[in-house]
Write a protein that binds this ligand. Structure first.
Ligand code: AMP
Length: 114
């Protein structure tokens, strides 16, 4: 999608610190990290948010979660864990309208969110 910053990261128009890439998924470090480990996983297909997922996306989202787990372990979060977050629309605090999973770790995180 033309005005989507994450689509521009996928195309290479905007640079990113990539962690992982395949035909369907891209993972990169968040530009404004909120924890020692903070990266994002996105589908290359432009899906605006989790409410717009269809039944055809089940395999894709399953792969994203498996990859999030694998990368979190690779970033040193295997023992103490991490937080896997999907913000959705305005009440969910979503600011980039391209589905993404945040993975945050490397320090204890508060709950509940403010
Ligand atoms: P959300 O608020 O859930 O939509 O999260 C969007 C995330 O994207 C925020 O944590 C931003 O810091 C991050 N972000 C925005 N632009 C970039 C970028 N160019 N490269 C990496 N992360 C970004």
């Amino acid at each position: 999608m033309d005005d989507c910053i994450f689509c521009k990261i996928i195309s290479g128009e905007i640079p990113s610190k990539k962690l992982y890439e395949d035909d369907e998924i891209l993972a990169f470090h968040d530009v404004s990290p909120q924890a020692p480990v903070h990266f994002l996983l996105i589908p290359k297909k432009h899906i605006r948010n989790i409410m717009e997922l269809g039944k055809d996306d089940v395999a894709l989202t399953g792969r994203m979660i498996n990859k999030a787990q694998e990368l979190a372990v690779g970033q040193g979060c295997g023992e103490k864990g991490a937080r896997f977050v999907i913000n959705c629309k305005s009440d969910g605090g979503q600011t980039v309208n391209h589905l993404h999973i945040h993975v945050l770790g490397g320090r204890p995180l508060d709950w509940p969110p403010g």
